[in-house]
Write a protein that binds this ligand. Structure first.
Ligand code: SAH
Length: 357
């Protein structure tokens, strides 16, 4: 699929036409990564953040946000819950919180890796190369760092630098790859100021970076952020502005699957927030092969408010898990067993003849 095809699909509005695109994405998904849906237990370990991202409710200037940082034993309890539910991966996510020190995270990873065969994914923001290397050496397997948009000017507007250090998430993903991590990028769909051309470049960038994991969700305005006001103003302008709609998100998801057939792609909580009834299923039927059930303690989940009213706030992990398995079976899919490593990485290892861990 070339850039022009991608742009034509992004602008397509006829749902009957779009069914063709969705069918194609579903076939590519089945052929390349199969019917398994891999489950990753998401633990939101801290809501402290020293950045000022214009889109995110955790931004440091938001004084209304209540902050928490989970203790080691609380984190381990959530990990136990994830293991008990049969998840082969835990994802440790947080704001960019430097009081979660490099050493604390090293110890935590060591403890997790010595106790179980879990895969550990980190999503702790932009940390130093030394820290990222130490975490990898301690056993961390994967790192999620969405680049949010490939449009540099838009990125700088919504994701200001910390002090004098220029933020370059695309370069950081390259470093993470060299360190041996499976790498995950991704974008938000419908950021105020984002154009169709930008989204086409985002999808091309996924392919160029050869990502193992790609997260795509609608931009959801948080009232305590500067971007929410811009959102209200741009929605009526039409034209080049990409809507932050459910349908636009599925288009990007399907095009991403067709463009990056081997990637692990989640049906995200943000999609499920826009459509609580069957957003999760529709994501899985239009390219996704991963779900990240939230196993953060209920009291903290509400406080990890990157956007309001996240879909996971009301249901305890055990009950959600039970329903999730039924929902996955309900669309004719199977629940993945084990770590669900990157098919792209496994294929590369097979090619070089290296052993598979
Ligand atoms: N501090 C980490 C984790 C941030 S939360 C980091 O910056 O990488 C993970 C993702 O949530 C972000 O990368 C962003 O794409 C998404 N997100 C944040 N605020 C959002 C919003 N208002 N609407 C939709 N997605 C949002």
């Amino acid at each position: 699929m070339n850039r022009q095809d991608i742009l034509t699909w992004l602008r397509e509005r006829d749902e009957r036409q779009l069914e063709q695109l969705y069918r194609q994405a579903d076939v590519v998904r089945a052929d390349h990564v199969g019917d398994d849906v891999h489950l990753r237990g998401l633990i939101e370990i801290s809501s402290h953040c020293l950045r000022s991202c214009a889109y995110c409710g955790l931004r440091r200037p938001n004084q209304h946000a209540q902050r928490y940082r989970m203790s080691r034993s609380e984190i381990l309890e959530s990990v136990e819950l994830a293991v008990g539910l049969g998840y082969g991966t835990v994802v440790l996510q947080s704001g960019q919180d430097h009081e979660l020190t490099g050493d604390f995270v090293v110890d935590l990873i060591r403890q997790l890796k010595s106790a179980s065969p879990l895969a550990v994914t980190l999503s702790l923001g932009e940390r130093s190369l030394e820290e990222l290397a130490a975490w990898r050496a301690a056993g961390a397997d994967r790192y999620l760092l969405r680049f949010e948009t490939s449009n540099r000017a838009l990125y700088e507007r919504i994701h200001p630098p910390l002090g004098n250090t220029r933020s370059d998430r695309i370069a950081l993903l390259g470093h993470l790859r060299k360190l041996g991590y499976e790498i995950g990028g991704g974008v938000m769909v419908g950021i105020p100021g984002q154009t169709y051309e930008d989204l086409a470049t985002d999808i091309e960038t996924f392919r160029e970076l050869d990502l193992d994991m790609i997260g795509i969700g609608p931009y959801l305005p948080h009232p305590m952020t500067p971007l929410a006001k811009e959102h209200d103003e741009t929605q009526s302008t039409g034209g080049q502005q990409v809507p932050n709609s459910e349908s636009m998100t599925y288009k990007v998801l399907a095009l991403t699957r067709i463009t990056c057939p081997l990637a692990n792609i989640p049906s995200t909580t943000a999609v499920a927030t826009l459509n609580r009834t069957d957003g999760l299923e529709l994501g899985l039927m239009r390219g996704a092969n991963v779900v990240m059930p939230n196993v953060t303690p209920m009291a903290y989940r509400r406080l990890y408010e990157i956007y309001p009213d996240k879909a996971c706030l009301h249901e305890p992990s055990e009950r959600f898990d039970q329903r999730l398995r039924e929902r996955i079976r309900g669309i004719g899919r199977t629940v993945g067993i084990g770590r669900g490593d990157s098919p792209r990485m496994l294929a590369a290892r097979r090619k070089t003849g290296a052993g598979v861990a």
